[in-house]
Design a protein around this ligand. Structure first.
Ligand code: C2E
Ligand code: MG
Ligand code: MG
Length: 715
């Protein structure tokens, strides 16, 4: 008989979780609470086997609830699962510190809920059983004063044997992190020499990562004198293979109740994790094509919608239905039909980007989530590519059949705020596309033409702006943290738009990249910035670099090293004073060609920075292969630096990585003295941001350079 307690302020959640919990095994009693305070009062007199709690509740949050629950007698071994929408490490750390055992991500996947809860229940029961066996043994020992000595000796020997043969890693360490005991299983796992282990440092024997984590958690046990609730961790064995363990740590007390060491035991649950992963995969994928199914599509949409609220780009849902599929099935039979669907799935998968999601909804219906869309044209081009991909499967297995598709498109947020609305509206659009005799796509919204018209107007205006020299450059100072001096300026493009005034690049840059005007515009930027910097040199001002942003589009269309060499020659600027800023997206396409261009640029003597570093993916690994000499940490990490531990950790990682590769690290978007102090402490080399100066016309920047002493604020 198990007792499961559920705490959640929303009654629907309580009902769903209670139902799921009741289905875990026979003989489960479920007790639910809407108010964590009430739950705590009730729990004082109870011993539950599992507690499941929401994180965000009006009365107190999940971490506070767990902390107070852990203060109750006999709550120590009870597993507690926290349900949270937050994926940030800081929330998880707070909950872990309060004593959480595990997490479930909200919205909760029912299957995952049941497996997790069942495993934790089992683990807890085993712990209870072990504890009761131990106390029986203790009682027996106490019964006979005479046999006690002998029994103790025997049981110690037996215990030592048992400990050595258990398939569990067991070790003990002292306050200074030196090992007091290690069992045979752990010695074999780590592949170390048993005679060298006792008295050694944990990190020395078990590697820096595992050792350092273990030592700092041991310190917590020493300080509180209490066991830590069990937690999952990944440990790499001597063959370099990662295993998942569930680890517990408890104090070893001497006769006078002083903590003399910490006992650590870790149970290998890799196989269980793998099974869980496999089951999860089955629940989320279509068996025929192994593509995500409707459930996973909905989940991905929920995530994209959550991200969009934080100001990300819109995304498009393409609902696709094959036009000729019935004929394939009827004429060639179902097994050919299945092969055909699989082939279409594979081709579509190759046609989309890694960030997009392709799902099979059943029958001949697929859905594609197109993330990161900048314009209507992006979406149209994508839909056209998909139609083409499908028609390439015509004459499947020499059938002579022509196969096409109809696509309905709904855009978030314009055509629906949630996944259901988007699916419904994309479906309506799809039927309109079908009515056009197939091989056609339709948008749900009717005002697509208006959108396109506005874009065309802006295109025209930009072309004129380029001819009439309506662009200007503003300069933003970059400051060296060690000396406090201005060492550079980033040139930032502005448009002096007739009838409007100065506008920033956000308004027109995406269009210029789209219609190709970015190439001549950015060429002007390069020339103008180099000319300006050369004039600073002539004026005898302090030597400073000028930073110029390059567009990935430009990089793809022009031989950059040639262009740069030419402009340097024309303007007479020392190459060392030019810093080219590139974003990670330039590598999309031909990695080797880009790397070669960059190397040639470095050979010219110019600097190369990766801009907005940390926002692209795989950045940390590929930067090692890239010939660049500076990293610019994106301002989004600086913004919450002093409040979000996660961002601070990312910045630390970027600085460490950069310095280990001999790159200098620049932080952008520094607005406050606190951020500045933190960046200095993390070891950044240079900073840029409103704190030192907003982007300003060249004349103002020159005045700033002339100022002496340079920047008192940074001293
Ligand atoms: P970026 O290269 O990351 O430039 C930094 C942006 O952050 C600039 O926005 C700057 O005004 C802003 N900024 C600087 N310090 C702070 C601060 O303390 N707080 C805040 N909130 N913002 C700060 P801007 O000028 O609007 O430029 C936006 C982006 O447009 C640039 O980002 C760059 O990617 C692009 N861009 C600007 N000029 C050019 C150009 O000539 N060519 C190309 N291809 N792109 C450009
Ligand atoms: Mg930049
Ligand atoms: Mg940037």
């Amino acid at each position: 008989m198990s007792l499961i307690v559920i705490v959640d302020d929303r009654v629907t959640n309580r009902n769903i979780f209670a139902k799921l919990a009741a289905s875990i095994e026979e003989d489960v009693t479920v007790q639910t609470f809407g108010d964590p305070d009430e739950a705590l009062v009730w729990l004082e007199a109870q011993s539950p086997d599992l507690v499941i709690t929401d994180y965000k509740m009006p009365q107190m949050d999940g971490a506070e609830f767990i902390r107070r629950f852990r203060e109750l007698p006999s709550s120590v071994d009870v597993p507690v699962v926290v349900i949270t929408v937050y994926e940030e490490r800081s929330f998880r750390l707070r909950a872990l510190e309060a004593g959480a055992t595990d997490f479930l991500h909200s919205p909760v996947d029912h299957h995952e809920f049941i497996t997790r809860a069942r495993n934790l229940l089992k683990l807890h029961k085993q712990q209870v059983l072990l504890a009761s066996r131990a106390s029986t043994l203790e009682r027996e020992l106490e019964n006979s004063e005479r046999s006690r000595e002998r029994a103790l000796r025997d049981s110690r020997e037996r215990l030592a044997q048992v400990i050595d043969t258990l398939p569990v890693m067991i070790s003990a360490a002292g306050y200074d992190g030196r090992l007091l005991f290690v069992n045979a299983y752990q010695i074999a796992f780590a592949g170390v020499d048993p005679s060298n282990v006792i008295g050694e440092n944990v990190a020395g024997i078990f590697g820096d990562d595992h050792g350092a984590r273990s030592h700092s958690l041991d310190r917590m046990v020493f300080e509180t004198g209490k066991p830590l609730p069990s937690y999952e961790e990944e440990i790499v064995d001597r063959h370099g293979e990662a295993h998942v363990f569930v680890t517990t740590k408890s104090p070893l007390k001497d006769a006078s109740e002083v903590v003399a060491g910490v006992l650590t035991s870790s149970l290998d649950i890799t196989a269980r994790k793998r099974t869980e992963g496999h089951l999860r995969h089955l629940a989320h994928h279509d068996p025929l094509t192994d593509l995500p199914n409707r459930t996973l599509l909905r989940e991905r949409m929920r995530r994209l919608i959550a991200r969009a609220r934080r100001g990300d780009q819109p995304f498009a849902l393409h609902l696709l239905d094959l036009d000729g599929f019935k004929a394939v099935n009827d004429l060639l039979g179902h097994s050919t039909g299945d092969r055909f669907i699989k082939t279409v799935g594979e081709r579509l998968r190759n046609a989309i980007r890694p960030d997009d999601t392709l799902a099979r909804l059943g029958g001949d219906e697929f859905a594609i989530l197109q993330s990161q869309v900048n314009s209507t044209e992006d979406i149209e081009e994508f839909a056209r590519r998909i139609l083409e991909t499908v028609s390439e499967t015509s004459d499947f297995e020499d059938s002579g059949l022509r196969t096409t598709a109809s696509i309905g498109i709904a855009i978030h947020p314009d055509d629906g705020l949630d996944g259901e609305d988007l699916l419904k509206n994309a479906d309506l659009a799809m039927y309109r596309a079908k009515a056009e005799q197939g091989n056609h796509f339709c948008f749900y919204a009717a005002d697509m033409q208006a959108r396109a018209r506005n874009e065309a107007l802006l295109d025209g205006e930009l072309r004129r702006a380029s001819e009439n020299n309506e662009f200007v450059l503003y300069y933003q100072p970059q400051v060296d943290l060690a000396s406090g001096e201005i060492v550079g300026a980033e040139a930032l493009l502005r448009w002096n738009r007739p009838g409007v005034g100065i506008v920033g690049p956000g308004v027109f840059l995406p269009r210029a990249e789209e219609n190709g005007l970015i190439v001549p515009i950015n060429e002007w930027v390069l020339r103008e910035a180099c000319r300006e910097a050369k004039s600073w040199q002539r004026m005898g001002l302090r030597p400073v670099r000028v930073g110029v942003n390059l567009s990935p589009v430009q990089f793809r269309k022009r031989r950059m090293p040639l262009l740069i060499a030419q402009i340097l020659g024309e303007t007479g600027l020392d190459p060392n004073r030019l810093d080219l800023e590139l974003t990670e997206s330039i590598v999309v396409g031909d990695f080797d060609a880009v790397a070669q261009d960059l190397q040639q640029l470095l050979d010219l003597g110019v600097h190369i920075s990766i801009d907005d570093f940390g926002t692209g993916y795989s950045s940390l690994s590929y930067v090692k292969k890239f010939p660049v000499d500076r990293l610019k940490i994106d301002q989004s990490f600086v913004r919450n630096l002093t409040t979000d531990g996660n961002d601070a950790a990312i910045i630390r990682a970027i600085v460490t990585l950069g310095h280990s590769l001999n790159l200098s690290v620049v932080a952008e978007g520094v607005e406050t003295a606190e951020q500045l102090a933190r960046l200095r402490a993390e070891g950044c080399d240079e900073v840029q941001g409103y704190y030192f100066g907003r982007p300003m016309p060249a004349a103002d920047f020159i005045a700033m350079l002339r100022q002496d002493p340079p920047l008192a604020a940074t001293a």
